[in-house]
Design a protein around this ligand. Structure first.
Ligand code: MG
Length: 240
């Protein structure tokens, strides 16, 4: 039987006055969120989305449908709150949520936070696709990927949670084998640490808590220009 070891950490970084990121670590449900909006509304949006997800706790036996329903519910909660309170009008959040059913990790995703898979014996790959203007241009072949990291519009999202009453949700199923690692993170990490560096760091046989701590510290050493969130899952065999 496979189980997931999990550890997460969120940090304000060095530049932003408050932390608008959030994470949820309630096995078998895991998520990261990166809120946006003025007057600290981003903080509200990410918190409300994660609370809604935890309230509407998806059933792993009914994944991925149950997970999509829970994310839809989270979208409505953020949207309703922003329609009722003018100071929170237009707030939204990214949400990358993962639900473990014992064999596969189901991922539901909106925005530009990311899920990376590092298989034990294959290169790191990004499972999710960023819902940003620049990554849509990359996907259509109009902009080469190496320029995307520097593009001034890379933070402009094409999809976020809580902006409209309904939202399109990407769904992925990732079967896991012993030793595989999945990293959920916000752009405060992926903007300053390259994929090659991420892979190098995650390959080292450290325990997840230490690894997550190192990733956050590393992002801060690169200036910590944004809030930083990292949640690491490691698949391992349980002896019965
Ligand atoms: Mg961010």
């Amino acid at each position: 039987m496979l189980q997931l070891l999990a550890c997460g950490r969120t940090d304000k970084g060095h530049f932003r006055p408050n932390n608008e990121d959030g994470l949820l670590l309630q096995p078998p449900l895991y998520a990261v969120a990166d809120g946006m909006g003025g007057h600290r509304a981003g903080e509200v949006a990410s918190r409300v989305a994660l609370e809604a997800l935890a309230t509407h706790f998806p059933d792993p036996a009914l994944a991925p449908r149950s997970l999509v329903e829970a994310v839809r519910y989270a979208n409505q909660e953020v949207y309703l709150l922003s329609s009722k309170h003018s100071e929170w009008s237009g707030m939204g959040t990214t949400l990358t949520a993962a639900l473990w059913d014992g064999e596969a990790l189901h991922i539901a995703h909106v925005g530009d936070s990311r899920a990376y898979l590092l298989p034990r014996e294959a290169p790191l790959r990004q499972v999710t696709r960023d819902h940003s203007v620049i990554w849509e241009l990359v996907a259509s072949g109009l902009v080469p990927p190496e320029l995307a990291r520097l593009h001034p519009q890379r933070h402009v999202l094409t999809r976020a949670l809580g902006i409209t009453p309904e939202v399109e949700i990407d769904v992925h199923a990732v079967p896991l084998s012993p030793g595989d690692r999945v990293l959920l993170c916000t752009d405060g990490l992926s903007e300053v640490i390259s994929e090659g560096e991420l892979e190098q760091a995650l390959r080292r046989p450290k325990d997840p808590a230490r690894q997550v701590e190192l990733l956050v510290r590393w992002a801060n050493l690169r200036g910590g220009p944004d809030n930083i969130t990292a949640l690491l899952l490691v698949a391992e065999v349980v002896q019965r």
